[in-house]
Design a protein around this ligand. Structure first.
Ligand code: GLC
Length: 536
């Protein structure tokens, strides 16, 4: 299956606001990304996924799309997008864009038309408008960002928004909505993109009666494998949509892909999204959320591999993205502490040294697993979360809508450092940065790490190169029995040991070490919170 490039691809997420700013306005842009693509090539990734860059009022950092077929002037022009795709291809990188089908921006022409039209009109039928219960909203559903999921319009009707009030949910029961989105898919496919990351893929279809649901929604759901399925998530009707999209993608050569952002559990329920006639991949958030304990990790790795194997799909692995606390900080709390969203200066602070040590061990573990891997910009620098950001600069709508109880996701979205001594650490030519960068970030800058043995950047580069050389992405995992604090598996000729305990662990006799996340001790034993790759 040489054409099935996604099966073992390492896909790097670029968050356009914060990757590279070519014009010095403090906001990243497409020419900035194009200029830095050689960096990604050097890192050794296979593909880029770019978060939304479409025209948007930016109430949810671009996940509120006002026009699906254009580029926000903040980020550039359509020609810049074309250049970016061409240049990525020139470097041998695939290029995936973000598709946001669950909701539009309230500034989208369709929603503006719906507001101007009357109840029952075809314009309103593209969204989910309902009459209220007297003065009350149609039901008690809450927004993922806090507060009611309903907003009242002047004529008295209400519209549903599972996210911000500026993100009205589309009505996927309406054939016009379906036709519009296959048109959008073709628009970008015809421009040469290699696929789509599908935002909120588990939310498009709502239970037909909008059945009452009174539990509060945690931001981005959280995965509840046992409770009853909420009426807004993971409804069976979504699969028909992805079958239709897959048929469109199948018309294109070389292969284009769909990857589901679906906060769905358990793993066999998520595997339904990647059946042979649906999407190609789904993010493995159960892995991302697993506590730093050998038994928990083994369980989730086994169950997600088994679930994906049962439908012939590759398993994906991910530790960080633009919605969760960076793993270099998340892992700096005691194992089992749930810190997914937002840390403020007055919260307990992570142990930065421990966090980075574990993050490097976790990354080596992840990069040895068979399947496809997603990296989030900055993790290759060992970048932590900004955990002391002043609250007044926060932009995530969750901060405001939650009544200032959820700090939100700004801490993982800070512009990344390239040059230790340049203004904005080389993010752009000026010192402007849409979110403030911590004063301590010089040490993480790329130019402090490139060519430096043992740096996180060099660790990622070496690991990606060995992953390729040993075919780990296409391999098969076999567990090795060892002590309970150690995660031990073989993939092809590589033995991987991750020590999640405190005692030193001896390597098998004759083991030839390929790579370690931190040095072994003087007797060649594996210290706690360290991963080793070896050939035995
Ligand atoms: C997805 C995105 C997140 C966004 C939400 C609403 O979960 O990853 O950033 O806020 O969808 O579009």
């Amino acid at each position: 299956m040489p054409n099935e490039w996604w099966r073992d691809a390492v896909i790097y997420q670029v968050y356009p606001r914060s990757f590279a700013d070519s014009d010095g306005d403090g906001m990243g842009d497409l020419p900035g990304i194009t200029g830095r693509l050689p960096h990604l090539k050097q890192l050794g990734i296979d593909a880029v996924w770019l978060s939304p860059f479409y025209p948007s009022p930016q109430h949810d950092a671009g996940y509120d799309v006002a026009d699906y077929r254009s580029v926000d002037p903040r980020f550039g022009y359509l020609g810049d997008a074309d250049k970016l795709v061409t240049e990525a291809h020139h470097l041998g990188l695939k290029f995936i864009v973000d598709l946001v089908p669950n909701h539009t921006s309230s500034e989208h022409a369709w929603f503006q038309a719906a507001l101007a039209a009357s109840p029952g009109s075809p314009e309103r039928e593209r969204y989910i408008f309902r009459d209220g219960r007297g003065d009350q909203p149609p039901n008690s559903w809450t927004s993922m960002f806090g507060g009611s999921a309903w907003e009242r319009v002047p004529d008295g009707q209400w519209y549903l928004h599972l996210f911000d009030v500026s993100q009205p949910d589309l009505n996927w029961g309406n054939p016009e909505v379906r036709a519009e989105f296959t048109g959008i898919l073709r628009f970008w496919l015809d421009r040469g993109v290699d696929g789509f990351r599908v935002d909120v893929a588990h939310g498009l279809i709502k239970e037909a009666t909008l059945a009452e649901w009174t539990q509060p929604s945690a931001i981005l759901g959280g995965l509840d494998p046992v409770g009853p399925r909420p009426p807004m998530w993971d409804q069976d009707g979504v699969h028909e949509i992805y079958q239709e999209w897959r048929a469109v993608l199948n018309e294109y050569e070389p292969a284009r892909i769909l990857v589901a952002e679906a906060w769905v559990a358990p793993a066999d329920r998520l595997a339904r999204y990647v059946r042979p006639d649906e999407m190609h991949q789904a993010f493995n958030f159960e892995y991302l959320e697993a506590p730093w304990r050998a038994a928990d990790l083994r369980k989730v790795i086994s169950s997600t591999l088994a679930a994906n194997d049962s439908v012939g799909a590759p398993t994906t692995w991910v530790l960080s993205n633009h919605d969760v606390v960076r793993h270099a900080s998340r892992l700096g709390y005691p194992a089992g502490t749930r810190r997914m969203n937002g840390i403020g200066a007055d919260d307990p602070q992570p142990d930065a040294g421990l966090g980075l040590r574990r993050a490097r061990a976790a990354t080596l573990q992840m990069l040895a697993l068979p399947g496809s891997v997603y990296l989030y910009q900055g993790e290759e620098l060992g970048l932590p979360e900004h955990t002391t950001m002043p609250d007044e600069v926060r932009e995530d709508p969750a901060w405001k809508r939650s009544g200032h109880t959820e700090r939100g996701r700004d801490g993982c979205r800070v512009p990344i450092p390239w040059e230790a001594d340049a203004p904005s650490y080389g993010f752009g030519p000026s010192d402007a940065s849409w979110l403030p960068q911590p004063a301590t970030w010089a040490e993480f800058a790329l130019d402090r790490q490139a060519g430096v043995p043992g740096s996180t950047w060099e660790l990622y580069r070496r690991a990606l190169s060995l992953r390729n050389e040993h075919g780990l992405g296409r391999g098969t995992l076999t567990w090795q029995e060892t002590s309970s604090d150690v995660l031990a598996f073989r993939n092809g000729d590589v033995l991987v040991l991750s020590n999640l305990g405190k005692s030193l662990v001896a390597l098998p006799a004759g083991a030839r070490v390929l790579l370690t996340s931190e040095p072994l001790d003087a007797d060649g034993r594996l210290p706690g919170d360290v991963t080793v790759w070896a050939v035995v």
